[in-house]
Design a protein around this ligand. Sequence first.
Ligand SMILES: [Zn+2]
Ligand SMILES: [Zn+2]
Length: 243
Amino acid sequence: MISQEDLRGDVHMHTIETDGRNTIVEMAEAAREHGYKYMAITDHSKNLAFANGLDDARAVEHIQRIRRTGEGIEGIRIFAGIEVDILGDGSLDLSDSVLEQMDLVIASVHSHFNQSAEEMTARLLKAIENPNVSIIGHPTGRILLRRDAYAYDMDAVLDAAARNKVAMELNAYPDRLDLCDRHLRMAKQRGVKIVINTDSHHTSHMEKIRYGVLQARRAWLTPDDVLNTLPVDRFARAMKHES
Ligand SMILES: [Zn+2]
Ligand SMILES: [Zn+2]
């Protein structure tokens, strides 16, 4: 079974550019202190206006800033990514020409939670079929004690993820723990890979990775099931569906 020492990176993090509390450098240094070999900055896209989400132009500037920052930091690779909103119709909130410049793309639902199961299934399938998408973020949207998972056909979504080599996130944030153990098991049975992330909005959130690892163990996941156990180059290729 997987343990925390197997993880070589945490690839879902926000900065002051959107709704995080720390800079790129502060997040990278905290990740390095955590013992990681890589991390990713994945700020929000513009649909999350209250989070000051990025439009196409700001997203391009931000990945340039992330890459410049990475050149000045030793001992950890900083991936330039984005957490792009999956809009109500399944299209993504940024242009494909911008998304393809990213090292990795997390696509997440942050709106229109009350669609029918049919609409939500079609919406997620459309996002998974976008070749720029690497990971589906917090895939059921549940917030423990506050918001139920949105309804959709998990079998169909996981089958599509397997076909398109899109990973599912295990969001370790304690209010989320999303996917749950049962869905993680369903993913494993199909060969769908998992990425365990904290979705840190502050350097202090990175330690919450342990809740994700505990959840993964409830589903009997092994290091082979989890992409962020890979060495940096293999992880980078997996984010581009190249392995
Ligand atoms: Zn999110
Ligand atoms: Zn996030």
